[in-house]
Ligand binder design. Structure first.
Ligand code: CP3
Length: 384
């Protein structure tokens, strides 16, 4: 199985050679030199930083870089409801590529949502604009678990189709696949929608551990299957968004969440792709989020990166962590704060520049373009 997967990946990677390089036949031409090594994608600054290898400059991408901050996104969505748009390979492909046309970002992230696999299993879910996912019949008892069978690749053919098309289109640029983490998905399913305090979720976690673990076990299975679909189609890295896991304290995280996240990361270990783990307000959990098996720990803006370095074990890269709200400030403020993030990021074994959470809808795309260039210019390393 492992051998078959590796073989598949190497064929896959050859397909990712940029179009301009595909026709080179001999060796020695500049275009071919980059191919003579392993592969262009595998040697991209983003994947190198995830693997804690030397990079020519700090790679950068932005969570939620596709979406409402881009006028062309609104055009591509038109009147399509969010989950309808996310079930059409052509729309997913187009919207994923939109930020790459504006920003010289070092990776693309698949345009999808953490609730897409749940919708594909037949749950009655809607994404309400300005609100988030709404679940018609929340999970409240053992009987509700039957609705969460495992995900089969045939449930999400549009994801396979979109990832395949994107990988061909992106050339050497890596595509990041993602899934929702077990606490965050459980919270939407139990609360029935977004929640500030996650009261019902935590009361189920404290009051009915058997149901809690059964539920998170199923959500972990679904996340594993969803990530495997994306990796099989050519995604070069995966990110587990356990955005709201910061709602629990460290001991509860260790007992009630970490085992399920660990199972997800373990299941992806033989895929060979870097695994990123991110949550908001997870400053007290950063060490355990690494321990769960991530190669890269995502950090929100609350913990400076040099402090995050002290909180995670050796052998991890970091991703983050400019406060997205800083992008609404004048450029001199953005520049100063971005340089500060880069400086602190240098203390990490590997650093992928990002925001501390997603791009805010009011962000000016020109500012993100300028920030991308600033990160690249400011972080250039001398060769050798
Ligand atoms: O990063 C990217 O560009 C990829 C796109 C992406 C979306 N959702 C598209 C989306 C990603 C990575 C997600 C993950 C996601 N979805 C998370 C984890 C990341 C995070 O932000 O913490 C969570 C918690 C969700 C659940 C969800 N879906 C929320 C909270 C919302 C926003 C509600 C709103 O309108 O403010 C959604 C909807 C959603 N998912 C939008 C986008 C672009 C906005 C929908 C719209 O255009 O109206």
């Amino acid at each position: 199985m492992i051998v078959a997967r590796r073989a598949h990946r190497s064929v896959d990677i050859l397909r990712r050679v940029p179009r301009s390089h595909r026709n080179c036949t001999g060796t020695g031409s500049p275009a071919c030199e980059t191919i003579a090594g392993v592969t262009v994608t595998e040697e991209s600054p983003f994947l190198r930083a995830c693997r804690r290898e030397p990079v020519p400059y700090t790679p950068v991408w932005f969570m939620r870089m596709a979406g409402r901050s881009l006028p062309e996104y609104r055009k591509a969505r038109g009147s399509l409801p969010m989950l309808k748009a996310l079930s059409r390979a052509d729309v997913i492909t187009e919207i994923t590529l939109q930020p790459l046309r504006r920003y010289d970002a070092d990776a693309a992230i698949l345009f999808s949502d953490i609730v897409v696999p749940l919708k594909a299993l037949g749950l009655d879910i809607d994404i309400k604009p300005g609100v988030g996912p709404i679940i018609a019949r929340p999970i409240r008892g053992e009987g509700d678990l039957a609705r969460l069978r495992d995900l089969d690749p045939s449930d999400v053919p549009f994801v396979t189709e979109a990832v395949t098309a994107l990988v061909a289109e992106l050339g050497a640029k890596p595509l990041i696949g993602f899934a929702g983490g077990p606490f965050t998905l459980a919270s939407y399913l139990i609360e029935g929608g977004p929640s500030k305090s996650h009261d019902r979720t935590k009361s189920l976690m404290y009051g009915n551990p058997a149901l809690w673990h059964a539920l998170l076990g199923r959500l972990a299975d679904i996340a594993i299957s969803f990530l495997r679909v994306q990796v099989a189609a050519g995604a070069s890295a995966v990110q587990l968004f356990d955005s709201w896991a910061g709602a629990v304290g460290p001991e509860d995280y260790r007992a009630s969440v970490l085992p399920h996240s660990r199972r997800i990361f373990d299941a992806l270990a033989d895929s060979g792709v870097p695994r990123i783990h991110f949550g908001v307000a997870t400053g007290e959990l950063l060490g355990m989020m690494g321990e769960a098996g991530a190669d890269v720990v995502g950090v929100d803006w609350r913990v400076p990166l040099d402090e995050a370095v002290r909180r995670v074990d050796h052998g991890k890269a970091l991703q983050g962590n400019l406060d997205p709200a800083i992008l609404l400030a004048p450029w001199d403020v953005i520049e100063r704060r971005a340089k500060d993030v880069l400086g602190r990021g240098r203390t990490a074994e590997g650093h992928v520049f990002n925001l501390g959470h997603g791009v805010l809808p009011d962000t000016n795309p020109d500012v993100l373009a300028r920030l991308t260039d600033l990160v690249h210019q400011e972080s250039v390393r001398e060769p050798g």
